[in-house]
Design a protein around this ligand. Structure first.
Ligand code: ATP
Length: 490
């Protein structure tokens, strides 16, 4: 074997250092007595430190945290790999870092001599997650890296109802007030919450979404408040939701499912505007906007004692009511077109048109699951379609879905009777005329002449009715599915 010269070893050392420096994860090595041996570029960038701050210095002088929270301390006590650990610390430069790391013992001649750690900070993990999500939806590429996917501009709908809610959302985004989003399931409450965050001045800060119905009650308190190491067996230093959302937005979805005891705890946090991690005595200021959402009537729940009235009033200084899809049927073609276009991409299909029979079925259905249901129905229909087909029609609906959608057509007469019981006749006539003309425009791609023929009136007469009823026929002009503008489709 050829013996390496000192110069060879020097070159090899330089090469290894260069490799370590170009790795995008933070790489760090510390001797068992706490002297920092290696800290690569990515780690220094994450920490906001320089070579002089770190290499050769004692770790306890560079990173401000309790000795027993250093990975070096834990691995020295028990020389085994320590994987997927999460920690928060402040560095000598005052930068606060959230990091997830793996640490490994390094042995020389059978004796532990150093600890090597490889880590990534939370913002870069969020970035990775966002990239992964984006890769599922190429339309959403180069998307936001604050934990969200949508802006208010992504909310589709030309109806007066949705435009009014969007206008209110844009206004609310200007300040940091607490907002409550009301709406049936699938109406787009989370979309609005993300949209408000992204339209706000603090949109570079985190958006933390918590589904209150999905987290077991026993875990919720520690996740909400955070824990300090030793609070209970296995507890680590972990920031709670409020801390994670620092200067950003905390979105509490399905807040109606919080138990009464958690409601009391949440109320106390909101009143004190401070949070204390479990097992810690340090008070931390709450500095995030709270957006909550419910698909049940909290005012009725409060009346029945199922939701605390005092908490309800804390959460509702501003209320945005998101209308169900059945109350804005004119948005259905536009939404359907968007979903067809998305599934064309995802399923490698080439649907160019939604047939009139299917569109008519969509327009007559009540959509209890709202936009999410429309999205799923289109996905199911497209999954039943050959990739060579260009028109999506009734025939592509799975039998069970078709039956469900058609059952509404049969009951529409009855529900109309119930809905119209207390309205004056002229208003009902006007509503009916407007709906009939809008449906005809949708079905005729905004072509006024064809629409007039279908309705059995002259073109001039139709123009008169359009003006009288405030309908803009241009909005109904046909566009191909692949068109990205949000207008009704053929
Ligand atoms: N106006 C809209 N434009 C485009 N897509 C929408 C719109 N509203 C909702 N969606 C889509 O509908 C689905 C449901 O939206 P979201 O999850 O925001 O509803 P939600 O009201 O929060 O529902 P839940 O109460 O069940 O949590 C999502 O896939 C979303 O992308």
């Amino acid at each position: 074997m050829i013996k390496k010269t000192y110069e060879d070893l020097e070159n090899e050392n330089r090469l290894l250092h260069s490799i370590i420096d170009v790795v995008s994860d933070g790489v760090y090595a510390v001797s068992v007595d706490g002297t920092i041996l290696i800290c690569n570029k990515a780690h220094k960038k994450m920490d906001g430190t320089t070579h002089n701050h770190v290499v050769g210095k004692k770790d306890v002088d560079v990173y401000y945290l309790e000795l027993e929270n250093f990975q070096r301390y834990t691995v020295t006590k028990n020389p085994e790999p320590l994987l997927d650990q999460y920690m928060t610390y402040t560095t000598i430069t005052g930068k606060k870092v959230d990091i997830v790391y793996n640490s490994y013992p390094f042995f020389q001649n059978g004796t532990l001599s150093a600890v090597i750690s490889i880590g990534r900070d939370k913002p870069s993990i969020n970035e990775l997650l966002t990239m992964a999500l984006n890769s599922f939806n190429n339309k959403k590429s180069n998307r936001i890296t604050n934990g969200t996917l949508y802006t208010l501009e992504d909310i589709i709908g030309n109806s007066a109802e949705i435009q009014k809610t969007l206008k209110q959302a844009r206004k609310v985004a200007q300040n940091q007030s607490t907002v409550m989003l009301l709406g049936e399931t699938g109406t787009g409450k989370e979309l609005f919450a993300q949209g408000i965050h992204n339209a706000s001045a603090y949109n570079s800060r985190p958006f933390i979404a918590v589904n209150c119905a999905a987290i077991p009650e026993t875990l919720m308190e520690s996740l909400m408040m955070g824990t300090s190491k030793g609070a209970f067996s296995g507890a680590l230093d972990t920031p709670g939701f409020f801390e994670q959302a620092e200067n950003g937005t905390l979105f509490l979805d399905e807040i109606n499912s919080l138990s009464i005891s958690l409601q009391a705890k949440l109320l106390r946090l909101l009143q004190d505007k401070t949070v204390r991690r479990l097992g810690d005595n340090k008070e931390r200021k709450i500095s995030c906007r709270i957006i909550s959402a419910t698909n049940q009537d909290l005012f009725i729940m409060a009346r029945n004692g199922a939701f605390r009235e005092d908490l309800l009033y804390r959460l509702t200084p501003i209320i945005l009511d998101i209308p169900p899809l059945r109350e804005r049927a004119e948005d259905i073609p536009m939404l359907a077109k968007e979903f067809v276009s998305r599934f064309n991409d995802q399923l490698a299909m080439n649907i160019k048109l939604i047939a009139q029979d299917l569109l008519q079925l969509f327009l007559s259905y009540r959509w209890p699951g709202n936009i999410r249901e429309l999205e799923h129905v289109i996905e199911s229909a497209m999954s039943m379609t050959e990739s060579t087909e260009a028109i999506l029609s009734n025939e592509h609906l799975p039998r069970i879905l078709k039956k469900r959608l058609m059952s509404d057509q049969e009951t529409t007469g009855l529900s109309n009777m119930e809905a119209t019981a207390n309205k004056p006749l002229p208003e009902l006539v006007r509503q009916y005329e407007k709906q009939t003309i809008e449906n005809a425009l949708i079905l005729n791609n905004g072509n006024v002449s064809q629409c007039a023929i279908q309705l059995g009136i002259t073109r001039q007469n139709l123009h008169y009715h359009l003006r009288r009823l405030g309908i803009n026929s241009v909005l109904y002009k046909a566009q191909s599915i692949s068109d990205t503008t949000s207008s009704p489709l053929p």
